[in-house]
Ligand binder design. Sequence first.
Ligand SMILES: [Zn+2]
Length: 293
Amino acid sequence: MIVDVHTHTPYGRHAAPAGRPPARPDRADSGAVSPDEFLRAMEPVDRVIVFGIAPLPPGDPAAPAVPQEASAPTARDGNEATAALVRTKPDKLIGFMSVHPRDPHLFEEIDRSVGDLGLRGIKLGPNYQNFDPLGADAFRLYRRAQELRLPILFHQGTSAMAAADLDYAHPRHMDRVATAFPDLKIVLAHMAHPWQVDCIAVIRKHPNVWADISGLHYRAWSYYNCLRLAAEWSVLPKLLFGSDYPAAASPAETADALTRVNDILDGTRLPRVPVDELQEILHRNSLSLLGLA
Ligand SMILES: [Zn+2]
């Protein structure tokens, strides 16, 4: 079984009208796709976790860290779009909600997303959503997620968007979150690149914290480093397969790159990433680890 733990609902900047020519598969930012293209890209995968990212709540005084068109107008709209996509392939797709910790209707939207929409986890991007991942509002959200057994996937690591606060996406903060909420299941996206060493330090010590490998393989040396360091620190079993489609590559491209991570070592004596463990990442049953099986 192959599980892709990280894909985006095609809306906002990821949306394309139906019937549009397919996005180039070799592009890093394949950008906008239609729901049909999204489902086609998911054909090689057995189960898929899909989500949007909630914007700032209306009237919130903070500056938006990402262009407004990057997300649905409200958290509610985004969660509706995710649920609508999941309804087209309910045996394959698992929807996560996205919410904003400062939303005055936060708990209402969580309850609606679980009860009415059937969404089963939460996606957060503290840097994109401009909130402190260690702040009181965020902790209130984590507490509720832990109570409801909703796993949280956090965007972690750098972003090219100038207004997206780097520190809010640093994985060292997740150590305190995981310590405060030991039963909360957490996924750190992108191995928090380029802070993969810090990511490894966090996933190594917390049984309920994992990292996904999405969006890494474009940088061959960084990618090798991520996986080789994970091997040396014995955390390859804590890595989950994810593509970040359509923001990044398709699952097929991501799986192909995973099998070729050692290719850059030809002609060197550098240590290889164990190939059998790479296959284990690809076939890991992430749903059972996250309590979603
Ligand atoms: Zn993503």
